[in-house]
Design a protein around this ligand. Structure first.
Ligand code: HEC
Ligand code: HEC
Length: 214
């Protein structure tokens, strides 16, 4: 998306999240507003009502693992997760959320079914991505993604769901882990992503986006 579209979206979200609308503005800062109302009225502007975002700029939240989800919102709220898009979009939105609201939001999204994503990329690239996901890259010491993220990328324990996520978002985050310390719990993924080439990252991201369809 170009920068003016982005600016428009931010303005639209700021509007619906509160700046010009007293009803909604009370909502985001009011600890009594339920997580479901927040999800439906505020978060939905970017992440979709059921946690499946139309725009690839916004990560899908449907079916996300609860402890991971809670940790990310707390990371944005405390400013310890500081990758640029997180800082730009999520710091302000998470500022006034209470622990109960964050827990409720995690439960709301964990209960949503992930939508099917587009099958993009040619077969050989998807096959290369599948191989990285299932077995890693042996000669570079890259471990299998499935080992932590689950055999279908569905997430488990504290490891996030990555299946069905927008490829653009996956590429962006793998690059954040590889090149920066912007995510507070990014140590493991920094080691995992260290030796991945740009082609490896594109391949595994295309595969993961398509995974629920394969
Ligand atoms: C203005 C658009 C916008 C709105 C509204 C919004 N988000 Fe986000 N959200 C984003 C963007 C962009 C990212 C990706 C940030 C990044 O790349 O680090 C994100 C990331 C997240 C993540 C991390 C996802 C992951 O896989 O790590 C969570 C959790 C989240 N948002 C929850 C929420 C909740 C809950 C609300 C409502 C209170 C909300 N968001 C409202 C734009 C938005
Ligand atoms: C040893 C365990 C482990 C392995 C193996 C692993 N991951 Fe991760 N991954 C994690 C953890 C832990 C996180 C959460 C990091 C955080 O909270 O910032 C994560 C987060 C991610 C995220 C961010 C998700 C989001 O919603 O923002 C992506 C993308 C990702 N991993 C992709 C991969 C890929 C691709 C592979 C294989 C090449 C892989 N991971 C292998 C442990 C692992």
């Amino acid at each position: 998306m170009n920068s003016s579209t982005l600016a428009l979206l931010v303005a639209a979200a700021a509007f619906s999240a509160g700046c010009a609308n007293p009803e909604r503005s009370r909502n985001l800062a009011d600890p009594n507003v339920s997580a479901t109302t927040l999800a439906e009225q505020v978060c939905s502007n970017c992440h979709g009502v059921t946690g499946s975002a139309v725009s690839p700029n916004f990560p899908n939240l449907a079916g996300q693992i609860e402890p991971y989800f809670v940790a990310q919102l707390n990371g944005f709220k405390s400013h310890s997760r500081q990758d640029p898009a997180g800082f730009e979009y999520m710091w302000g939105l998470s500022r006034s959320l209470t622990d109960d609201q964050i827990k409720g939001l995690a439960t709301y999204y964990a209960g949503q079914s992930p939508a099917r994503q587009a099958l993009e990329g040619d077969r050989s690239r998807l096959d290369a991505g599948k191989s990285i996901f299932e077995t890693g890259v042996a000669d570079k010491g890259v471990p299998a993604c499935a080992g932590c993220h689950g055999d279908k990328g569905q997430g488990q324990a504290n490891f996030p769901r990555i299946a069905g996520q927008h490829a653009d978002y996956l590429v962006k985050q793998l690059t954040v882990f590889q090149r920066t310390g912007d995510r507070p719990e990014g140590g493991i993924m920094k080691t995992v992503a260290h030796e991945l080439t740009r082609q490896n990252i594109d391949d595994v991201a295309s595969y993961l986006q398509a995974l629920p369809n394969l």
